[in-house]
Design a protein around this ligand. Structure first.
Ligand SMILES: O=C(O)CCC(=O)C(=O)O
Ligand SMILES: [Fe+2]
Length: 275
């Protein structure tokens, strides 16, 4: 795993809100990621989250479009030992922290996002407004487990939008461009496609506008992703993936420092978890 950054890469990320790191994983590492993600996703069956009754794939009208955007399996690190070892790697936390310019990072949630053959596009959206904390330094990694191309649903970014985004958002729904109704001032920005060879990765800011194309091929586009929370962020009242028994203990403004739910995977000075 390539965990060293140049100042030019950090500057590019800060300016544009994303960065692509080619050949991030070695071919041996890529095989390990593929094996673990495939196994963890298979064991989840139709459950998006490890526990809780809701959020299964189903054929309701509300879900029928979204279920065909991607197969989404969240927090695989919590119920698959192999995924846990991969996701708590301090190298990931160090990269995310250095790009974002913060002292340390916690896992917000991971997710496998698998665009199956002929899948719908992923509408333009921001990530951080979905989450239970609000930060201009939130960041996600997206690791290509298959070659991601313009044909099978690679990511697209609207460079620089992280600088002017508020926390308003649109849902990932049937209208791909709905986010531009919320932010009409972005409608003239040229989008950037991010095709990536398997084993490459990108990082994007939690307030950067991004989406992905449809899968116009009979092949599968697998990606493993993780959203990170800068250490010290506070609860904003949005439940997102937090379990009810934890939500019951939280007031708006409380620091989200539960090491079991949101492990600190890297920090400049504090102790952090190691696999
Ligand atoms: O892979 C996709 O289709 C979308 C990815 C995405 O929105 C993300 O990683 O935040
Ligand atoms: Fe996203």
């Amino acid at each position: 795993m390539k965990t060293d950054l140049t100042q030019a890469q950090i500057d590019f990320y800060q300016e544009n809100g994303y960065i692509i790191i080619e050949d991030f994983l070695t071919s041996a590492e890529l095989e390990t990621w593929r094996r673990n993600v495939d196994d963890a996703v298979e064991k989840r069956a139709d459950r998006r989250l490890a526990d809780g009754p809701g959020w299964r794939d189903n054929d309701s009208e509300e879900n029928s479009y979204y279920n065909r955007v991607f197969v989404q399996r969240i927090n695989l690190w919590t119920d698959h030992e192999g995924m846990r070892e991969l996701m708590v790697d301090p190298g990931l936390g160090k990269l995310a922290s250095e790009l974002a310019g913060v002292d340390g990072m916690r896992i917000w949630h991971d997710q496998a996002l698998i665009k199956q053959p002929w899948a719908n596009p992923t509408g333009w959206h921001l990530d951080n407004p979905y989450w239970s904390y609000s930060s201009r330094d939130a960041i996600s990694i997206w690791i290509a487990l298959d070659d991601a191309t313009r044909d099978n649903g690679c990511l697209y970014f609207l460079p620089g939008t992280h600088k002017t985004a508020t926390f308003d958002n649109s849902s990932i729904g049937v209208n791909t461009g709905e986010l531009l109704d919320v932010y009409p001032q972005w409608a003239e920005i040229q989008s950037v496609a991010a095709p990536m060879a398997a084993g490459s990765c990108s990082f994007h800011n939690g307030l950067l506008a991004h989406g992905a194309g449809a899968n116009m091929t009979p092949g599968t586009r697998r990606a493993m992703t993780c959203g990170y929370m800068p250490d010290g962020c506070v609860f904003n009242g949005i439940p997102n993936i937090l379990p009810q028994n934890y939500l019951d203990t939280l007031e708006i403004g409380d620091v989200l420092d539960n090491d079991k739910l949101n492990p600190l995977i890297w920090h400049k000075t504090k102790p952090y978890v190691t696999a």
